[in-house]
Design a protein around this ligand. Structure first.
Ligand code: HEM
Length: 123
């Protein structure tokens, strides 16, 4: 039986991010949304993003929402994104940080969707 530990350092974040996007890239709904992505740049950006969020690093600078505004995203894209994220966290980690990162991802996904809907209403 594989023992699952909590997320403790940047190596854990990198493993989580790598596994998450491996799955995303194979998902029929999400893969097309990432077709234009330059992975050699996107993956380190995501390591920095989550390490800043979870480990108190200050390695991420940017405006995540801005990157999503132009994407044709619907609720089902977010539902699938979240489901994959939860599954990857649960399949690899267990503990307080693991719970926290799932909560954060859900919160941000909620904010993105809220802002996208608001923008549709006002445009
Ligand atoms: C349907 C769900 C989502 C899709 C399809 C999606 C797709 C993308 C794409 C295509 C990029 C741009 C990559 C590039 O141009 O190099 C990106 C960037 C990013 N995404 Fe998402 N995303 C989704 C949800 C989320 C959520 C929920 C979060 C946060 C919890 C998130 C965090 C980020 C961050 C931090 C970046 C990097 C922004 C930067 O370059 O500074 N995304 N995403």
């Amino acid at each position: 039986m594989t023992q699952r530990n909590d997320i403790v350092d940047r190596k854990d974040i990198e493993m989580l991010v790598d596994r998450f996007y491996e799955t995303v890239r194979e998902d029929p709904l999400l893969a097309p949304q990432f077709a234009h992505v330059e992975w050699a740049r996107h993956l380190p950006t995501m390591y920095n993003f989550w390490s800043s969020m979870m480990l108190g690093e200050q390695s991420y600078r940017g405006n995540p929402f801005q990157k999503h505004v132009g994407l044709p995203l619907e609720r089902q894209h977010f539902n699938t994104w979240i489901k994959i994220f939860m599954d990857i966290v649960d399949g690899n980690f267990r503990g307080e940080k693991a719970e926290e990162i799932k909560k954060r991802a859900q919160q941000i996904a909620g904010v993105f969707q809220h802002r996208m809907n608001l923008m549709k209403e006002t445009s």
